[in-house]
Design a protein around this ligand. Structure first.
Ligand code: FA5
Length: 338
């Protein structure tokens, strides 16, 4: 047993790998290993009870010793085994998927609308989101005490500045800059202090548009609206035109779209089957006067597309709140449809 112990220690001292260690374990403790064989070959018939007891005890001690030494050596070899550095390239590792960016559905709808209008000779003009009270209201024939101010609950800033409540604020601003004749659209973000539901947000997009030229009539307005709707939805959609009141148009209309989510049956998105989409009308002579344009020489029409709602109808988005929630999974669903 002492000889086996010596041989074991010798073998262990020259072991340099886990494979070599496994071989040593087999040589000593395996089925045909020297310690196992020693036990098998012992001739107990020639031993006294005392000798048997002593032999058994020593054999167990040897086994325990050998096992402990093997474990000790295994730990030492594992600790000193070369490790892969964390920045080393592992060619066997599975590839990392790349997440592609995606445009927001409102951006997609806006880009499409801009393309369509540009195709009809409209310019695209962007105005400020922080707007003066004058361009948002007064210039549009909505004086201070006018009840129409209550139609749009306003976020007030300092010095008569506000967050614009509608993109109509660009009308007089742009007419003063470019004069008539003109065709232009003004897409952008609007803000209203109002409670949120499936079709109302406090932050939403509109796309205002106007045409000012000689002899512009309601027929021109309707022709442009029809063209827009057919190009955006690429199929027949049901609309209705009803009278609408806005101080900056006369006559004024509300153009409603038969809800494309429920097919007009009525749902949480639309309520009664119709979505208010594009209010419009002929520009009020007072607005033209504010822009320094003679209403006897020129007339025009204006419209305010509810761009956020247009995106909802186009992409089948039931609740406006998805659009401002900041969850990239919303965007990822629609880029492929555009
Ligand atoms: C206006 O803002 C007028 N400036 C539109 C206009 C322009 C009329 C030119 C005449 C001539 P209204 O408040 O209805 O109107 O808003 C226009 C559209 O914006 C609505 O039909 C709707 O589609 C959208 N909209 C209004 N409020 C919200 C809201 N809180 N959330 C989402 N979309 C809204």
């Amino acid at each position: 047993m002492e000889k086996i112990k010596e041989l074991l220690l010798q073998a262990l001292s020259s072991a340099t790998s886990l494979d070599a260690l496994e071989k040593i374990r087999i040589d000593f403790l395996g089925r045909k290993g020297s310690i196992t064989t020693l036990a098998k070959n012992a001739d107990f018939s020639k031993m006294s009870v005392e000798e048997k007891k002593g032999f058994g005890q020593k054999l167990n001690e040897l086994k325990t010793f050998a096992t402990a030494k093997l474990v000790e050596m295994q730990e030492r070899l594992q600790a000193s085994a070369p490790r892969r550095k964390s920045n080393e390239l592992d060619l066997t590792a599975p590839g990392k998927g790349r997440r592609l960016g995606a445009l927001h559905p409102i951006t997609l709808a806006q880009m499409e609308l801009e393309d369509i209008f540009q195709g009809m000779g409209f310019s695209v003009v962007y105005g400020p989101e922080i707007e003066s009270e004058y361009f948002c209201f007064e210039a549009l024939n909505i004086p201070h005490d006018h009840p129409a101010r209550d139609m749009q609950d306003t976020f007030w800033l300092k010095n008569q500045l506000i967050l614009r409540t509608h993109t109509s604020a660009n009308q007089v601003r742009t007419l003063l800059r470019f004069g008539a004749p003109i065709r232009a659209i003004f897409p952008g973000r609007c803000f209203r202090y109002e409670s949120i539901d499936p079709s109302h947000e406090n932050t939403f997009y509109q796309c205002e548009g106007l045409v000012v030229d000689k002899n512009i009539s309601v027929a021109n307005l309707i022709a442009v609206m029809k063209t827009i709707l057919s190009q955006v939805f690429k199929r027949d959609v049901k609309v209705r035109l009803r009278p609408g009141y806005f101080p900056f148009v006369e006559p004024g209309f509300e153009l409603d779209l038969n809800c494309l989510i429920c097919g007009g049956k009525g749902c949480p998105t639309c309520g009664d089957g119709w979505i208010e989409l594009i209010p419009c009308g002929l520009i009020h002579p007072e607005v033209l006067r504010h822009a320094g344009i003679d209403p006897k020489e020129y007339s025009g029409f204006a419209f305010g597309v509810g761009l956020t709602r247009l995106a909802m109808m186009k992409f089948g988005i039931r609740d406006i709140r998805y659009l401002n929630c900041g969850d990239l999974r919303v965007n990822e669903q629609f880029s492929v449809l555009a």
